[in-house]
Design a protein around this ligand. Structure first.
Ligand SMILES: *Cc1c(COP(=O)(O)O)cnc(C)c1O
Length: 218
């Protein structure tokens, strides 16, 4: 058995406290409950407790989990997106947080045109410049955002990052905030189970929390 919904209520309370401590309105921080790899028994109580925003890593897995249950929900794709899944991702998700290369921006723009439907977009920034991690490099972020807007007509609403696991997250959150500010982007998706309170202090407008809400993934 998972600890939800007690764990869920606890995360919601911690988000509110962190926002207040930072002089922010708790309503300005959205909890994206990351349901990837969780059994439905762990998700259902959180849904019943009122959570409506969920995050998923993989297109296929998300569709299998949510296809007939997504009414009234907001679903975020937070994992890397292959161009051959762009069509399904544009059709299915409300928010795609992992836009990180020109080819993907181009294919997403084409799908938005074709489908007459547009998710909201975030640009993922690889703030730690890690080899194995997705995201545009910080030095390339301004140019990439300009290309998304100018060449492809995509209007990203914010930035997303996943700091290196073995470093303090604060400087990465500060860097993301700086890149967003100079590009006129209002939204910051940053902070996970281990560091969402820090992220809120640095201005996160949404936090992606999985294991602290649902329990450890199998
Ligand atoms: C899995 C995942 C999360 C949630 O991680 P937890 O540590 O379980 O909160 C957040 N963001 C991304 C991109 C993820 O892949």
């Amino acid at each position: 058995m998972s600890a939800a919904p007690e764990a869920y209520a606890d995360v919601v309370a911690r988000i509110a406290r962190a926002a207040q401590a930072a002089g922010r309105d708790p309503a300005d921080v959205t909890l994206v409950a990351v349901s990837k790899m969780q059994p439905w028994e762990a998700i259902q109580p959180v849904l019943e407790a009122g959570q409506r925003v969920f995050g998923e890593n993989r297109v296929q897995e998300a569709m299998a989990r949510w296809e007939n249950r997504a009414d009234g929900l907001t679903l975020h794709l937070i994992g890397p997106l292959q161009t051959n899944k762009a069509r399904e991702a544009v059709a299915f998700f409300d928010v795609i947080e992992s836009v990180d290369r020109e080819k993907l921006a181009r294919v997403l723009a084409e799908e938005v045109q074709k489908q007459g439907r547009s998710p909201r977009f975030y640009v993922q920034v690889n703030t730690g410049e890690e080899e194995q991690k997705a995201g545009v490099l910080p030095a390339d972020a301004d140019a990439f955002i300009t290309t998304c807007r100018g060449t492809y007509g995509l209007q990203p609403e914010g930035l997303m990052c996943i700091p290196p696991a073995d470093e303090p997250a604060g400087p990465h959150f500060a860097l993301l905030r700086k890149i967003a500010a100079r590009n006129g982007l209002a939204k910051l998706s940053m902070g996970m189970s281990g560091d969402f309170e820090t992220a809120i202090r640095f201005g996160a407008t949404s936090v992606r929390v999985g294991s602290a809400v649902f329990g450890v993934r199998s």
